[in-house]
Design a protein around this ligand. Structure first.
Ligand SMILES: [Zn+2]
Length: 374
């Protein structure tokens, strides 16, 4: 514990207008005293400020004018106002919970904390810390460039400076995936990052899924899976990006998503087959990514939206998964953007920003469905 007193950073907790004093340094000298009964009332056991902060492993910010204080410990805080000995007071814990506890009070210019006040605060903090430790975390991110090797994926051609060049989905998605992967690696040194292929190879769908499933996970850890593809259509005017949420084992490929709208009964059977996919998390990740695409491309590239919403099933997911279709290799404008180094970087950036936003929200909430179920 820090015995030296003032900490500048802590001052941000209180409105700047208030005169602040960090009372700990001064009060630490106040050795334990036996509480004196006040006005004949029985006073419960109390602790000095030094003892109280030691118990909580905390620090106090004290405003002598308003007789109010903020105790911080393990990133949690309790706001209180000192009263008279024997009073009870409402304590605001973590800006959201009110605790009704015996009030701290000043005696001979020194703060005294009722034993029950400190004990209650201590257990609140312990509970919070425990809850945080069990929260869902994204432990690993799998980036999956579609196709590869013998499988080119969608193909097209493009006029570049009077020359006809081939446009191969497998090449585009590999470059975008690698850029995305590098950015994620920099951002999340503590997470495991997996690229399902880093060259012109063809891992089977089973290989890709097996890679994701082979990541050892603790009870509170989840993996996210992002597959990157490019679209194609006989209609040369078809253009734009879309994000699918899907199962990590590519069941999307089993049932043609294009037919999903017409075959609702097939979809419902399909739904029943799913164990842990098509979850809230997948949809939210898809939303985060599409939002970032909208921001990055505006009117330049149309949004085709999030697909497969009719497959929505709320389950506790361990692997939120999405599939991103960057644009159409069959469309001149889309293809030009995807064949351009700067264009690819913009795709990678947009996906990256979407993932970061998703991971941030996921980890803050401890996993969305977890919170919703509580
Ligand atoms: Zn593809």
């Amino acid at each position: 514990m820090n015995n030296s007193g003032r900490r500048r950073g802590a001052a941000t907790f209180l409105p700047a207008a208030l005169a602040l004093l960090l009372a700990y340094g001064a009060a630490a000298a106040d050795t334990a005293q036996t509480p004196k009964p006040a006005g004949g009332r029985t006073t419960e056991a109390t602790l000095s400020l030094g003892e109280a902060m030691k118990r909580l492993d905390g620090e106090l910010l004290w405003d002598p004018m308003f007789q109010s204080g903020i105790i911080t410990s393990n990133k949690h805080q309790a706001v209180f106002q000192a009263g008279a000995a024997g009073d009870s007071a409402l304590i605001l814990y973590d800006n959201k919970t009110l605790l009704n506890l015996p009030s701290p009070y000043t005696e001979n210019g020194q703060l005294r904390f009722p034993e029950t006040f400190i004990a209650a605060l201590q257990s609140s903090i312990e509970e919070s810390v425990e809850r945080e430790a069990s929260r869902l975390q994204i432990a690993a991110i799998v980036v999956d460039p579609g196709h590869g090797g013998k499988d080119s994926g969608a193909t097209g051609s493009l006029n570049v400076k009077g020359k006809r060049v081939k446009v191969l989905e497998k090449d585009i998605v590999l470059e975008v995936s690698k850029a995305l992967f590098e950015q994620l690696k920099k951002k999340y040194p503590g997470k495991r990052l997996i690229l399902t292929r880093s060259g012109d190879t063809y891992p089977s769908l089973e290989d890709r899924v097996a890679k994701a499933h082979s990541i050892p996970l603790k009870e509170n850890e989840a993996v996210i899976f992002i597959s990157i593809h490019a679209n194609s259509s006989f209609n040369k005017h078809a253009s734009g990006y879309e994000v699918w949420y899907l199962s990590p084992d590519y069941r999307r490929d089993v049932i043609d998503p294009g037919k999903a709208g017409e075959a609702k009964e097939v979809v419902s059977i399909y739904n029943d087959m799913l164990e842990e996919q098509f979850t809230t998390e997948s949809v939210l990740m898809a939303q985060s990514i599409i939002k970032q695409f909208d921001a990055a491309f505006g009117k330049e590239l149309p949004s085709r939206g999030i697909k497969a919403e009719e497959w929505f099933v709320v389950r506790k997911a361990r692997m939120p998964s999405v599939l991103v279709e960057l644009g159409f290799v069959s469309n001149e404008k889309d293809a030009a953007l995807m064949m351009d180094t700067g264009g690819r970087k913009r795709f990678a950036d947009a996906i990256y920003n979407g993932i970061v936003e998703f991971v941030d929200r996921f980890e803050k909430s401890g996993g969305f469905t977890e919170v919703a179920g509580r």
